[in-house]
Design a protein around this ligand. Structure first.
Ligand SMILES: Cc1cc2nc3c(=O)[nH]c(=O)nc-3n(C[C@H](O)[C@H](O)[C@H](O)COP(=O)(O)OP(=O)(O)OC[C@H]3O[C@@H](n4cnc5c(N)ncnc54)[C@H](O)[C@@H]3O)c2cc1C
Ligand code: SF4
Length: 513
């Protein structure tokens, strides 16, 4: 008996995932006149319908409600968006162009001149920066948390600057993760996805893609399942299938399609730790840009960023018990928080698993799809030198907090006092032998699981982002990055995909002519 499909569709290009990579590919290919279908596992959450509280926002728009984590004795949470817009729908909008040293390394080590040629990336950056309203965060709306970071950096003679973000109209409402209330931040759900739809693209939401059918060596049909009701979904691609499910889920789809060699290897991360400081005056973290200021220190392997969070999440970082804790909670408005983002060199692996360890650790059952291979099993452990960079960054952030006037600083490192009250306490932190279990790390910048390269024996996709193994099967997301960038990645992902999709669009046009 023939099983009826819940959705059966076809297009020139079928794009899986609508985050930084997928939405950009859709915007370029649909804009060039191709018929495009986007398939997204999450829902299209209209900004007005998104919960304004942090817990509600995490449950509705983050994968596994934010509880996805690496496996091992020191699990590290891995944050990813699961909705239209992907991780851009929950991010802070920080924009950084790929460092030129990274671009040159990719050409020299991985033969990626075609992918990251200077002229084409420049033109992609310019277009994206115009279309996504990229601008420096204005002093009037950056808020007390950012102002203190500037004061601390100046006091220590460090170079610092306001963040550049895709949010020129930002009103400093500090709710980026919940979806910008005034839609000032140009995440993909309010920019490139609507732009692709305006060019005639179609979007199927709530569809979990499982694999791609291959016919005579070419990608032919995307096969998935509707999340609600479980109906079968089949979408035929005439010109190509483009997988953009992010660095953790793209390798699972490729593996289920039959690609195995190197798929899920070379997983890399740019994780962060956070330092909290208490000030004698109100900081008012709830007002101002979520991330308005930064201290980039590439030579030391890290950058510091102001990071404002809703009061409920900051309360979780306040040390003490009983009356001591109550007194601190009474002054919740007096806290500042800065993230320490570290360029780690360690490599890990992503393989099919049942569910994320975070759920098991908390005694929950997985909430979503639990079939074999549905969730990634991520093994990752920072190296000793990576941990040294984290310690260096945390120590500097603590010194800057004191230099800006903090009366107490909470470094969040096991084995050193929970509460530092004197800048000299930082000397002890600087010498402390640090292990992964001593830290609270969290990663949302993830790469490398379908790495690009000109040499088929050392890479999964070619410099045009087509897989070496299957014709017409492309990967256009953070998975293709062969190394960690050391900076916020969304702009580089979009620019690399923009340029690659333009070349694909031109090839498609030539075929059609
Ligand atoms: C909280 C947070 C803050 C961040 N802040 C910044 C920042 O300020 N600046 C910056 O540069 N970067 C930031 N990032 C990182 C940046 O957003 C990501 O690196 C980038 O969005 C990754 O793009 P991507 O296309 O690889 O994946 P994503 O944007 O994650 O998109 C992947 C999409 O694929 C969908 N998908 C996955 N599996 C399937 C499947 N089987 N079937 C169908 N669909 C599927 C997902 O639901 C998702 O929509 C942040 C990330 C997070 C989580
Ligand atoms: S800080 Fe607020 S207003 Fe500014 S971009 Fe983020 S959510 Fe929008």
């Amino acid at each position: 008996m023939k099983v009826r499909c819940a959705i059966e569709d076809s297009a020139d290009f079928v794009i899986v995932g609508t985050g930084a990579g997928g939405a950009t590919a859709a915007r370029v290919l649909a804009g060039a006149g191709h018929e495009v279908v986007m398939v997204e596992e999450g829902d299209f959450l209209k900004t007005s319908q998104r919960p304004r509280d942090a817990a509600g926002a995490m449950m509705t728009s983050l994968r596994d409600g934010g509880f996805q984590a690496t496996v091992g004795h020191a699990p590290m949470p891995l944050l990813q968006g699961k909705c239209v817009g992907g991780s851009t729908a929950v991010n802070s909008g920080i924009v950084w162009r790929m460092p030129d040293s990274v671009r040159r390394e990719w050409i020299a080590r991985f033969g990626l001149e075609e992918l990251v040629g200077e002229a084409q990336l420049e033109s992609a950056y310019e277009m994206i920066e115009r279309e996504l309203e990229v601008a420096e965060t204005q002093e009037t709306i950056r808020g007390g948390n950012s102002d203190l970071m500037e004061a601390g950096a100046r006091a220590l003679g460090l170079e610092s600057k306001p963040t550049v973000r895709n949010a020129r109209r930002c009103a400093g409402r500090g709710e980026c993760m919940q979806g910008c209330p005034g839609e000032a931040r140009q995440s993909m759900d309010v920019s490139y996805v609507p732009m692709a739809l305006a060019h005639g693209a179609r979007l199927h939401t709530g569809v979990r893609v499982q694999r791609v059918e291959v016919r005579r060596g070419s990608a032919s049909t995307v096969v998935g399942q509707h999340r609600k009701g479980g109906g079968r979904v089949r979408i035929h691609a005439r010109g190509g299938v483009i997988i953009c499910a992010g660095a953790l889920h793209t390798p699972l789809i490729l593996r289920r399609t039959g690609l195995k060699r190197l798929v899920g290897d070379r997983f890399q991360a740019h994780p962060g730790a956070a330092v909290v400081g208490r000030f004698p005056h109100p900081v008012r973290m709830a007002f101002g840009a979520t991330q308005g200021y930064e201290v980039p220190l590439p030579a030391r392997g890290f950058k510091l960023e102001s990071l404002s969070l809703p009061p409920g999440l900051i309360a979780a970082r306040i040390p003490g018990a009983g009356s001591e804790w109550s007194e601190r909670i009474g002054a919740l408005d007096h806290f500042a928080q800065w993230a320490v983002m570290c360029r780690m060199r360690a490599h890990g692996t992503v393989r099919p698993g049942f569910r994320a360890l975070g759920f098991r650790a908390l005694g929950f059952r997985a909430l979503g799809f639990r079939a074999l291979g549905a969730s990634p099993r991520v093994r990752y452990a920072p190296s000793a030198s990576d941990l040294g960079i984290v310690r260096d960054g945390i120590t500097l952030a603590c010194r800057m907090m004191f230099a800006a006037g903090a009366t107490e600083v909470y470094p969040g490192v096991a084995g050193v006092p929970e509460v530092l009250t004197d800048p000299r306490d930082c000397d002890r932190l600087e010498r402390h032998p640090i292990g992964q279990r001593d830290l609270h790390l969290l990663a949302s910048h993830l790469f490398g699981t379908a790495c690009a390269g000109s040499e088929p024996s050392r890479s999964v996709v070619s410099p045009s982002l087509e897989t070496h193994a299957v014709r017409g099967l492309y990967v256009m997301d953070a998975s293709v990055f062969p190394t960690n960038l050391g900076t916020n990645p969304q702009h580089s992902i979009m620019a690399v995909v923009f340029a690659a999709a333009q070349r694909l669009a031109a090839r498609g046009n030539r075929r059609a002519a």
